[in-house]
Design a protein around this ligand. Structure first.
Ligand SMILES: [Fe+2]
Ligand SMILES: [Fe+2]
Length: 308
């Protein structure tokens, strides 16, 4: 990291969070890369080792982390802290696993309170969250507004024949493919996970209309903003835990440069309406082991890679 660039980032009071001031060193990147990964799942020892090996190519690189770092607050803090020491900036969006109130986690907080705790932890590390000012990437192919999102899902990516959430869940329970979120991801104080999702989408839309301006946007969300990437799931019933139809037009409504997501554990690049979508997950050892490429490679988001 170049010396001489030391500034103070002030976090806005937003969504009821207390404003904090955390000293950070930020370089107005000119030669670095905007890189991304998700689904580190560091509770798996092999994934923990891979995470320990993640390093930037240069001191100017930024890293987007699109959720599912771990299931315990302590492990999330360890992984993001390690990455923050190495990258000029780390930007995190929560996955469903961070939001689980898992048996092995001494932090027993649920739902919104758990999310707030994770945001506090990130701020103490100098990691940017969906509750902070959106940073501007000023490096190659910038400027671009980096927008980490926490939107959740609302059971609208329904299986064939299901027209309501209840019917959708019934199909899943009948097939035996049910996401562990149904037991571990509590929506408190919202009545349901879908109500929490709708509230997050509405609040994020308000914020984007006020802050997005005319800059190209890089969205970072645990789930894809459109349903199409879920069409290749081995178990189509699982799609209902993978996003919301409420964001189906966000990639064309906003000036989107790239949409970064994970969760599906199907790393690939796809295009929808001319917008590049990057699924950047590491995934579980049993998933990455058979792949020909070494696990843990970071995906280049900006500058746009030559193939893009
Ligand atoms: Fe995951
Ligand atoms: Fe996930």
């Amino acid at each position: 990291m170049a010396a001489g660039w030391s500034t103070v980032i002030t976090y806005p009071v937003h969504m009821g969070f207390r404003a904090t001031i955390t000293p950070m060193t930020v370089k107005p990147g000119t030669s670095g890369k905007l890189l991304a990964i998700s689904d580190l799942h560091v509770s798996h020892p092999e994934n923990r080792k891979i995470t320990e090996g993640i390093r930037p190519e240069s001191g100017d690189d930024w890293l987007l982390v699109a959720g599912d770092v771990a299931e315990t607050v302590g492990e999330v803090e360890w992984a993001l802290g390690l990455l923050r020491e190495r990258f000029a900036r780390v930007i995190w969006a929560p996955g469903n696993h961070e939001l689980w109130t898992a048996r092995q986690d001494p932090v027993r907080l649920k739902g919104e309170a758990r999310y707030r705790r994770l945001v506090e932890v990130c701020r103490s590390l100098g990691v940017t969250t969906p509750e902070d000012s959106y940073p501007i990437w000023e490096g190659a192919d910038g400027p671009a507004l980096i927008v980490p999102l926490f939107l959740g899902y609302d059971y609208t990516f329904r299986p064939e024949g299901a027209s309501t959430k209840e019917e959708s869940l019934a199909v899943a329970y009948e097939s035996g493919v049910v996401c562990a979120d149904e037991v571990l991801l509590h929506p408190d104080p919202y009545p349901t996970r879908d109500a929490w999702c709708r509230a997050r989408v509405a609040e994020t839309e308000r914020r984007l209309s006020a802050e997005a301006g005319g800059l190209p946007v890089v969205f970072v969300n645990h789930y894809p903003l459109v349903r199409e990437p879920t069409r290749v799931l081995r178990y189509p019933e699982f799609a209902q835990w993978c996003g919301t139809e409420l964001t189906a037009d966000w990639h064309i409504r906003y000036n989107v440069a790239v949409m970064v997501y994970g969760h599906l554990h199907i790393p690939r690049t796809t295009w929808y309406d001319g917008v590049r979508f990057e699924e950047v997950s590491l995934g579980y050892p049993r998933e990455w082991r058979p792949r020909p490429v070494p696990p843990g490679r970071l995906r280049q988001i900006l500058p746009h890679p030559p193939a893009a």
